[in-house]
Design a protein around this ligand. Structure first.
Ligand code: CP
Ligand code: NVA
Length: 312
């Protein structure tokens, strides 16, 4: 297998930065890499290359997918904990970027402030991949689009309904849906709407694809006609102190069997995970026949491999 070098050297900070064709190409490469891996066909597209992975927040899926993915692509991935590297002791993002650019072929970073990723990318001469910030989670959404494509056979014209907090995952889903032409409705309690600037930029992208992006309050109204029902935790990493208060405000935003029954009968259920079972999603739904949550987790591996293979 060969990949085009048209995206070589590009950062991957948001799907918003990629054209619809480029997003389609990433999905195509991800699905092809998945096929090769399932058939045990070696695909050392990044032989001899190295990826540094900076994690300022916890991770299971993202870390394992990048580390294993790099190994399967013939390269090597280093886990850089802020507890151990000098960034954690106050070395600047700029200096870190300049140093790492001299030794590595790519950097993946998961952190709090989105600006930190932008700054790292500004100073680094190698591709920077956003592994989640408080604002966006693009590697998640590439895997999610792959999953929807596999389970629904198409993306364009589907309706994705996101019920819950207008957070980083919701923001990136807005960008992703806008690019591929999927309608998206977000249902959230007042005060927890997605960022208005992200929504406005996603709506601009959506002008090209025809996707309709809406934000409403009532989950029962939102879920009508849903092909994909999506949720995420009510309190994201860094908001642990707000969790208890938010649980009260989000009570009627739980994906349970009754609410799911109001979606299309063949709707699939997605969650980026980790889930708070019994809070935003019930066991019955998460373990039920409509749930594809573990397919999504697996597709992180194939999606991340595609992102690395085309940019590095
Ligand atoms: N969905 C996701 O990014 O999972 P991790 O936090 O485990 O990486
Ligand atoms: N919104 C969640 C996603 C975790 C993958 C968080 O930021 O914690």
């Amino acid at each position: 297998m060969q990949v085009s070098d048209k995206l070589k050297g590009r950062d991957f900070i948001s799907i918003h930065d990629y054209s619809a064709d480029e997003v389609a190409y990433l999905l195509e490469v991800g699905l092809e890499l998945k096929k090769l891996q399932k058939q045990s066909v070696p695909h050392p597209l990044l032989a001899g290359k190295t990826l540094g992975m900076i994690f300022q927040k916890s991770s299971t899926r993202t870390r394992v997918a990048f580390e294993v993915g790099m190994y399967q692509l013939g390269g090597y991935a280093l886990f850089l904990s802020p507890k151990d590297i000098q960034l954690g002791r106050g070395e600047t993002v700029k200096d870190t970027a300049l140093v790492l650019s001299r030794m590595l072929d790519g950097i993946m970073i998961r952190t709090f402030a989105h600006d930190e990723v932008l700054e790292l990318a500004h100073w680094a001469s190698i591709p920077v991949i956003n592994g989640l910030t408080d604002l966006l989670h693009p590697t998640q959404v590439i895997g999610d689009l792959m999953t929807a494509q596999e389970h629904k056979g198409r993306l364009q014209g589907l309706k994705l309904v996101y019920i819950g907090d207008g957070n980083n995952v919701a923001h990136e889903l807005l960008y992703g849906c806008a690019k591929v032409g999927m309608d998206m409705t977000i249902a959230c309690p007042p005060g927890f709407e997605p960022d208005s600037q992200v929504l406005a930029m996603a709506r601009q992208d959506a002008q090209f694809s025809g996707a309709r992006l809406e934000v409403v309050e009532n989950p029962w109204e939102a879920i009508k006609g849903a092909d994909v029902v999506y949720t995420d935790v009510w309190a994201s990493m860094g908001q642990e102190g707000e969790a208890e208060e938010k649980e009260k405000q989000f009570l009627s935003y739980q994906i349970n069997q009754a609410l799911l029954a109001a979606a299309n009968p063949d709707a699939i259920v997605m969650h980026c995970l980790p889930a708070k079972r019994g809070k935003e999603i019930t066991d019955e739904v998460m373990d039920g026949p409509q749930s594809v949550v573990f397919y999504e987790s697996e597709n992180r591996l194939h999606a991340h491999k595609a992102i690395m293979a085309v940019t590095m």
